[in-house]
Design a binder for this molecule. Structure first.
Ligand SMILES: [Zn+2]
Length: 389
């Protein structure tokens, strides 16, 4: 199949005006100027499908229901309480609504943290490529780490592992999950250095998170020593295969550790604003040589699962950044973070045919047309199959 468009935007190469992309099977076999052959998609930008590097579809029905009053620990506790009241039907409806939102906004691959992984087989088939990463928590060491990891490895639909965060997952759980994920080429991802409270807890043994967890009975022996980044460094899990979400509270040494270990970071712009975190560190991380990509996080702390919306929020955070600088964070950078560079997030020969068409809508710059898109995509192909037109 040959697809023609006013602009073809490979991201990994300069835009092609009046371009064409040839697809055979699930792959792209040619990219170049249009010759008049094939199907004309019209006044659109044909771009690679977007990648959401950090998402929780599970909380899509909790939008606006978990208010933030200044303490991240309190917000988390509130979410945990609210989760107990949800039925399977609530979760299933929320996950499906979330998937629909992602597809409409041009997302073709999602790294999704699964906190109710037993429901995955009950979901209807979707063309969206969801990498379900089972959330792993052993806060009070109720179950041995081996058992938790073993259960996740056996679970249908799971393709990644996600120890939740250093304050809810033990070093043993991190080590074991990382080893098994690496052995299977699965995605390995975690929340890291998200809040000041987490930083205070580990580095200084102070603050509201420290007090709350201590009162709840958590063993606090790992606190009052080093920050969370160094803690994971000691577990030897910081590698190019370890995708860390947030990384908001970092020292210069932490940034050096992320760079030296090749650890990629997923920034979630709307969640960042929701928790009033101030200026993100991602510009400094990029300068330090860290690979930064984008995620939507969940609707419990964000407004939208659209990666267009996340890119637009990023543009508000960094008004000096051009659309050309922003788009790689939702395409090529994310593909690299998932060890899928050259395969996902770009239009090139040999890449998977995950394509979206975005109306030009009066834009002269194809990058701006994509980053600032406000309508659903007019065409979408995943794995070479047309799934929306
Ligand atoms: Zn998250």
């Amino acid at each position: 199949m040959i697809l023609r468009a006013k602009w073809v935007l490979p991201v990994s190469a300069p835009p092609i005006e009046n371009g064409a992309v040839t697809v055979e099977g699930d792959s792209i076999v040619a990219v170049g100027p249009a010759t008049g052959e094939g199907r004309d998609l019209g006044e659109v930008v044909l771009a690679p499908g977007l990648i959401n590097a950090h998402c929780h579809f599970d909380y899509s029905h909790l939008q606006g229901k978990v208010p933030f009053h200044g303490s991240f620990a309190d917000w988390l506790m509130l979410l945990v309480e609210l989760k107990k009241q949800q039925t399977e039907a609530d979760y299933l409806a929320g996950i499906q609504a979330g998937i629909e939102q992602a597809l409409a906004a041009g997302t073709t691959t999602v790294v999704n943290i699964a906190s109710v992984p037993n429901l995955i087989p009950q979901l209807p088939a979707t063309p969206l490529k969801i990498i379900w990463c089972e959330e792993l928590i052993d806060l009070f060491r109720e179950e041995p780490a081996e058992k938790l990891v073993e259960a996740a490895l056996q679970r249908p639909g799971i393709g990644g592992l996600s120890p939740h965060a250093p304050y809810t997952a033990s070093p043993e759980l991190y080590r074991l999950a990382a080893r098994h994920a690496r052995g299977r080429h699965w995605v390995f991802t975690t929340h890291l250095a998200e809040s000041e409270e987490e930083d205070d807890m580990f580095r200084r043994g102070t603050g509201h998170m420290y007090d709350s967890f201590r009162r709840a009975g958590r063993d606090m022996a790992d606190c009052k020593r080093v920050g969370p980044v160094q803690l994971l460094r000691e577990c030897e899990v910081l590698t190019p295969e370890c995708l860390v979400a947030h990384a908001n509270c970092l020292t210069e040494l932490d940034m050096m550790l992320l760079q030296a270990t090749g650890t990629p970071v997923a920034h979630c712009p709307q969640t960042h604003r929701f928790f009033r975190r101030g200026m993100p560190l991602i510009e400094r991380l990029q300068h330090a040589g860290v690979n930064v990509c984008l995620g939507s996080d969940s609707l419990a702390s964000g407004e939208s699962l659209s990666m267009f919306a996340q890119m637009q929020e990023l543009s508000r955070e960094f008004p000096r950044w051009s659309a050309e600088q922003i788009l790689p964070l939702a395409t090529t950078n994310a593909a690299k973070a998932l060890q899928r560079a050259g395969k996902l997030g770009e239009i090139s020969v040999g890449a998977v045919a995950d394509l979206i068409a975005v109306p030009l809508a009066g834009n002269f710059d194809p990058y701006e047309a994509v980053v600032f898109a406000e309508q659903p995509v007019s065409f979408m192909m995943i794995n070479g199959n047309v799934v929306r037109e």
